[in-house]
Write a protein that binds this ligand. Structure first.
Ligand code: TYM
Length: 336
C-alpha cells in the first residue's frame, strides 16, 4: 500500500446558520487536529446548491461559515480554508466518480431519502449524486482522515467504496482508504425540542437549535425552553435509559465543558432540570459567547475574510491539481 501523508479534510455547507451541532460534532474537533495533521477545511458551496439557495444569501453564508471556523479556533496559518467552488478539481473528479459509483450504492443513502422526503421525483439530480461529490472533495487531496458528526458515516463508507472500486477497476493503488474520525461526547447533537431528531440548520423551529449567530440572551432562553422530563437526574449515564432529551443535554454539557458524560451525571445526581439548565445556559454562554462575538467582528471585515478564502483556494488548488492530472492519466484522458 502506498504511504500517504496524514491529511485531514472536512467541510460544512453554507446552507443556513452554523448550529451547535456543527460546532460540537465537527468544527470543535477540527481545531484539536490542526497540530497533528495537515488540515484542509472547506465551505462546501457546491453541495449547498443541491437545494435552492438565494445567491446573495449563499454568498453571505459562505463568509459566515468561514468566519465561524476561524472564530472557533481554525487558524488560517495552520489550516487551508477555502470555498469549494473555487477549486475546480472537486467538480471534475465528482464527474469521474459519478461514473465509478453504482446506482445501487446511491439508492441506499439514507440522507438522500431524508432530504428528498416523499417527493423524490422533484429533488435535484445534484442531491442524489451529492455523495460522489463528497468523495471527490476528500480524495482529490488524498486525504486520509475525515472528522465529521455521526450523520456523515454512511457517506464516508461510500467514499471508501468509490476509492476501492476506482483502484481495482484501473488496477492502481492510487486513492487511500479514508478513515472517519467521529469522536467526543456530541457526535450526534439532537434537537432541543425533540431528543429523537437531529439538531439541524433546516428544522423549521428556531427553538430546536442554537445558532452560532445567537446572542447570549437567546442562547440562554433556548436552553431554558429545551424540552425535558420531570424525573431528577441519575448518577450514571446508562440510568438515563430512553430519556432522549435528558441524554442530549448531558452530552451537550459534557462536550462544552470537555468532560465525559459520566462525570456530568455524577455532578448532577439527584438534581432537577432547573438547576442543571441554569448551569448549562451559563456554560453555553461562556463557551459560545466569545465565538459569536468574534464571528460578528470578522463579518465586519469582509476584505480579510475574502483574502483568507482566496489564499486558501490557491493553496488547495496546488494540492488538488496534480492529483487530478494523475487521475486523468489513469482514466485515459488524452492530455495533449
Ligand atoms: P453539514 O454541513 O450538514 O454539517 C457539517 C458538519 O457538522 C456535523 N453535524 C453534526 N454533528 C453532530 N450533531 C449534529 N446535530 C450535527 N449536524 C451537523 C456533520 O456531521 C458535519 O461533519 N456532507 C457534509 C459536508 C461535506 C463534507 C465533505 C464533510 C461535504 N464534503 C467532505 C466531510 C468531508 C454535510 O452536509 O455537512
Amino acid at each position: 500500500m502506498t504511504d500517504f501523508t496524514q491529511r485531514v479534510f472536512s467541510g460544512v455547507q453554507p446552507s443556513g446558520d452554523l448550529t451547535l451541532g456543527n460546532y460540537l460534532g465537527a468544527i470543535k474537533n477540527w481545531v484539536s487536529l490542526q497540530d497533528a495533521y495537515e488540515t484542509i477545511f472547506c465551505v462546501v458551496d457546491l453541495h449547498a446548491i443541491t437545494t435552492w439557495q438565494e445567491p446573495d444569501v449563499l454568498r453571505n453564508a459562505t463568509r459566515e461559515v468561514a468566519a465561524g471556523m476561524i472564530a472557533s479556533g481554525i487558524d488560517p496559518k495552520k489550516s487551508v480554508i477555502f470555498n469549494q467552488s473555487q477549486v475546480s478539481a472537486h467538480a471534475e473528479l465528482a464527474w469521474i466518480f459519478n461514473c465509478v459509483a453504482r446506482m445501487g450504492w446511491l439508492n441506499r443513502m439514507t440522507q438522500f431519502k431524508e432530504k428528498a422526503g416523499k417527493n423524490k421525483e422533484r429533488a435535484s439530480v445534484g442531491l442524489y449524486v451529492y455523495p460522489d461529490l463528497m468523495a471527490a472533495d476528500i480524495l482529490t487531496y488524498h486525504a486520509t482522515h475525515v472528522p465529521v458528526g455521526a450523520d456523515q458515516k454512511q457517506h464516508l463508507e461510500l467514499t471508501r467504496d468509490i476509492a476501492q472500486k476506482f483502484n481495482s477497476d484501473y488496477g492502481v493503488d492510487f486513492f487511500p482508504e479514508v478513515e472517519p474520525l467521529i469522536f467526543g461526547p456530541a457526535t450526534r447533537v439532537m434537537s432541543l425540542r425533540d431528543g429523537n431528531i437531529k439538531m439541524s440548520k433546516s428544522d423549521p423551529s428556531e427553538n430546536s437549535r442554537i445558532n452560532l449567530t445567537d446572542d447570549c440572551d437567546l442562547i440562554s432562553k433556548k436552553i431554558q425552553k429545551a424540552r425535558t422530563d420531570s424525573e431528577p437526574l441519575p448518577g450514571t449515564f446508562s440510568e438515563l435509559g430512553d430519556r432522549a432529551e435528558a441524554k442530549n443535554l448531558i452530552n451537550i454539557f459534557a462536550a462544552l465543558s470537555e468532560r465525559d458524560a459520566e462525570a456530568v451525571c455524577l455532578e448532577y445526581e439527584g438534581k432537577g432540570f432547573a438547576e442543571f439548565k441554569r448551569d448549562l445556559a451559563d456554560l453555553s454562554v461562556s463557551v459560545l459567547g466569545p465565538i459569536t462575538k468574534e464571528m460578528a467582528h470578522l463579518m465586519n471585515d469582509k476584505t480579510y475574510l475574502d483574502s483568507i478564502l482566496s489564499e486558501g483556494a490557491k493553496n488547495a488548488d496546488n494540492l488538488a491539481s496534480p492529483i487530478l492530472k494523475q487521475v486523468q492519466e489513469i482514466v485515459g484522458f488524452l492530455r495533449p
